[in-house]
Design a protein around this ligand. Structure first.
Ligand SMILES: [Zn+2]
Length: 389
């Protein structure tokens, strides 16, 4: 399918990926982990949730949609586990690895740990996408996880016997490349790489030792090793998503200055960036920083900055006018030809998420689709105002 990101809204607009799973589906995950229902029962509910997500996403008028990651344990663990409780864990992994993040509200999300090699994905993003595509009539995107996130599966201090970090990371690069290639081959028109650990990498949280290990340059390098596998033409449609986290309506690195990350992040030779911004208190310095560091030639591709205009952690629905105003302001700092819009994050990166600020995941879904409708409309208004078509 050929895809023109400007065809519908002038200024391109794209979601990050996830949607809150309906309460019924979240209950089913718990029943599946407890052995009370089988995989087929779980998959029936996942299928129904995807169908509802796609229908409602298409009704927003959005030019490109996702399946809401309704079949996934989380944005980070889909290749390695069927559920967040660890059912269906990939070979060589065991529960109880390091925390990927400790969020502002005090809750944490823990990864499994690598105990022996060789490592391999259990499933690829395309496995879910192939089931979802026949339900859609609009172009679909696919999010995949960054090699830098899964690098955290390797213990920070003690090496895995007979399997070096270098060998493991080489495999991660291969697997991430395959994840992206298969998503395109399945029919995705765009693939974005979730890089939420980028901003967190500069946080130095003593409760979470990897954040103080100065890993950002290494994370950038890992992602660029993946990008180097793709041509400039391919990389036009490969993105990077950055955010301060989004889980249970809380964040993990909003207090870390964006300046620590952005100049480094644009060194990744990706074609576009989905950048959290709506929930940023001081937006102008971030727009300015993006404008300064966004590259017109990143190994043959002109980078695009899709700025966040919607906050998935807050139930207040941004108006189309607000979205428009934010984009017009951003265009004071970022060339309008390189500007796009997005949501700050997925609306629910983890499958089990009660969305406390919203009161329930089902209500949060209603809110999310309204927000997306206004993102699309507000983006169209901004394109008109800025004369972009
Ligand atoms: Zn995010």
């Amino acid at each position: 399918m050929s895809f023109d990101p400007r065809a519908v809204t002038g200024i391109p607009t794209e979601p990050v990926g996830s949607m809150p799973r309906p309460s019924k589906l979240q209950e089913a995950y718990a029943q599946y982990d407890a052995g009370d229902i089988g995989k087929e029962d779980l998959e029936t509910l996942q299928e129904a949730a995807v169908k509802d997500t796609i229908e409602r996403s298409e009704a927003t008028g959005a030019p490109i949609i996702s399946d809401g990651e309704q079949r996934w344990s989380s944005f980070a663990t889909y290749p390695i586990a069927d559920t967040l409780a660890g059912t269906g864990l990939a070979p060589g992994l065991a529960p109880g690895g390091q925390f990927f993040a400790i969020f502002a509200d005090g809750h944490g999300r823990q990864l499994p740990k690598l105990v022996n090699g060789p490592f391999k994905y259990n499933q690829y993003a395309a496995d879910a996408l192939r089931k979802s595509l026949p339900l859609a009539s609009k172009p679909m995107k696919q999010a995949v996880i960054a090699p830098s996130m899964l690098a955290l599966l390797y213990p920070l201090k003690d090496p895995v016997e007979g399997y070096s970090r270098e060998e493991f990371e080489a495999t991660l690069i291969d697997e991430c490349e395959k994840d992206i290639r298969e998503a395109f081959a399945a029919g995705a028109v765009r693939v974005s790489v979730d890089f939420t650990e980028g901003r967190l990498a500069t946080r130095e949280d003593p409760r979470n030792p990897w954040t103080g290990a100065g890993l950002l340059p290494h994370f950038i390098e890992l992602n660029n090793r993946v990008m180097a596998r793709f041509s400039a033409e391919e990389r036009v449609n490969i993105g990077i998503h950055t955010c301060p986290g989004g889980d249970r309506d809380s964040v993990h690195s909003a207090d870390v200055p964006y300046n620590n990350l952005l100049p480094e992040m644009f060194k990744i030779n990706a074609g576009y960036f989905l950048i959290q911004l709506a929930s940023e208190r001081e937006k102008d310095p971030v727009y300015e920083n993006i404008g300064k560091n966004l590259r017109s030639d990143a190994d043959g591709v002109t980078q695009m900055a899709y700025v966040g205009v919607i906050n998935p952690g807050n139930p207040r629905v941004e108006s189309a006018q607000e979205v428009c105003d934010r984009l017009v302001r951003a265009a004071d700092f970022i060339p309008k030809e390189q500007l796009g819009s997005t949501d700050d994050c997925g609306f629910s990166p983890f499958s089990i998420d009660e969305k406390p600020n919203h009161g329930s995941p089902d209500y949060a879904r209603d809110v999310a689709f309204q927000k997306i409708t206004n993102r699309v409309e507000g983006t169209r208004m901004a394109a008109e105002k800025l004369g972009v078509s």
